[in-house]
Design a protein around this ligand. Structure first.
Ligand code: GLV
Ligand code: MN
Ligand code: MN
Length: 435
């Protein structure tokens, strides 16, 4: 895949320094999107490639069509919404994120990045600005990894992190494949004939953690994202009667699972400050009050800021599973289903985001992303960087996730200016006349 080199001279904002997005319009679009899959607690349940995801996609496409964008859907269902540039042969400057959510997701995770991109396009249209390079807004398929694994699926296929075939054959817990789900909602598109070059990729996102709010900063200039390893763990013991079976003659799969859950927490604590360890899903069989559990399935999510630490955490988890199996007689199978190393973002784009925040008189600080994002995979094939804004109490992956309109507006203004500088401005008649 081709990547483009950015001009070495840092451009300034020039006559467009005063240009701003429309914060109210961005907020209204977020609220309109939040109606699709709205939950009683004020969140969203819009799992990847469900009918609701299809409705969300239709709405984004409708907005892009109203802006005269070309819309292209690839074979994994990524939606590319393109605004032509004066030099349409140049690789596009891209921005985007995802509109799928967690089962108990919020209104802003992912949605903000896609709708901030749409708001940038609307601002360019309103001000008759033609960029040199084309601009593309992308809604990536299945970023969340909740219904289908791997996580960051659409951007992973785009960047060649895994194959299209691998992604298409993944199944949800009901046995429905990604290929089938894409067809069902009408978003099984076509792969481009050759590699797609990207001049630069930006992604705006809520922080999903508490740091910006605690430090009273509006913009997080994201330096890097933690690496991740995800596993499916199966524990096979023996179901038996809870009464007649003495304690020392049991093979209790749930008891072994509880030791793994404790150990995952300890492993992460031992690898601070950036080590993370979570067991977020568990299935206990037969889940009956007076039956010793015979089979447990659970997921493990490990994260770290450097690959050596992530490897050490992986080794510790494998050793724990081996010793627990030997001690308990419960068979423990561990399958790694996601791995990506920590990812640093592009130095020049990171500096550009910092400069734009500064020129917009916004308070900013460097930050590391604990979450995975589509930008992590895009960074493998293009210069990439991210803009974070605070979210209330740092809470995300929760229906009560919240963010302040003025912060979302500020992040989108940084996105606008960073993209304009990277794409270059060919003409800006209205803006110049108004200035
Ligand atoms: C993506 O949402 C992640 O789990 O980091
Ligand atoms: Mn997200
Ligand atoms: Mn998420």
């Amino acid at each position: 895949m081709n990547t483009s080199t950015l001009p070495s001279q840092e451009p300034d904002a020039g006559p467009l320094a005063e240009l701003r997005i429309d914060g109210a319009r961005l907020w209204n679009s977020l609220m309109e999107m939040a109606r699709i899959g709205a939950t009683d607690k004020g969140g969203i349940c819009r799992l990847a490639l469900t009918e609701l995801d299809g409705q969300g996609r239709d709405l984004v496409c409708e907005w892009a069509r109203a802006l005269n964008c070309d819309i292209r859907i690839d074979a994994i269902g990524n939606i590319f919404m393109r605004r032509a540039g004066a030099r349409d042969d140049l690789p596009p400057v891209m921005t985007g994120s995802h509109i799928d959510t967690q089962p108990t997701g919020g209104k802003f995770d992912g949605n903000y990045g896609v709708l901030a991109g749409i708001e940038v396009l609307r601002t360019l249209r309103d001000n008759n600005i033609q960029t040199e390079a084309p601009i593309e807004v992308v809604a990536w398929t299945n970023e969340e990894g909740s219904r289908f694994v791997p996580v960051m699926m659409g951007s992973g296929v785009f960047a060649g992190a895994f194959t299209l075939e691998h992604a298409l054959q993944q199944r949800d817990r009901e046995g429905i494949s990604v290929a089938q789900a894409l067809k069902d909602i009408g978003y099984a598109g076509k792969q481009p004939d050759g590699p797609v070059a990207v001049r630069a990729y930006f992604e705006a996102h809520i922080e999903q953690g508490p740091i910006l709010e605690a430090r009273d900063k509006t913009i997080g200039v994201v330096q890097a994202a933690l690496g991740q390893r995800w596993y499916d763990v199966t524990l096979q013991g023996m179901e038996a009667h809870a009464g007649p079976t003495p304690m020392d003659l049991r093979r209790d799969a749930l008891l072994s699972a509880s030791k793994i859950i404790q150990a995952v927490n300890s492993i992460a604590l031992k690898h601070g400050p950036h080590g993370r360890g979570t067991v977020g899903w568990i299935d206990n069989f037969p889940n009956s009050r007076n039956v010793i559990p015979g089979r447990v399935k659970l997921t493990v999510d490990l994260r770290a800021a450097d690959d050596t630490t992530l490897t050490a955490m992986d080794t510790a988890l494998r050793e724990l599973c081996r010793s627990e199996q030997a001690e308990s007689g419960v068979e423990i199978g561990l399958e790694q289903v996601v791995y990506f190393p920590p990812q640093a973002f592009d130095g020049q784009l990171v500096a550009r985001i910092e400069a734009c925040a500064d020129e917009l008189a916004l308070s900013a600080m460097p930050i590391v992303s604990g979450a995975g994002h589509d930008a992590v995979y895009l960074a493998r094939v293009a210069p990439a960087a991210m803009i974070f804004v605070p979210c209330k109490d740092g809470i995300s992956h929760n229906e009560i996730e919240d963010a302040r309109p003025e912060h979302l507006e500020a992040g989108c203004n940084v996105l606008l200016h960073a993209m304009l500088r990277t794409a270059g401005v060919a003409t800006a008649e209205q803006a110049k006349e108004d200035a």
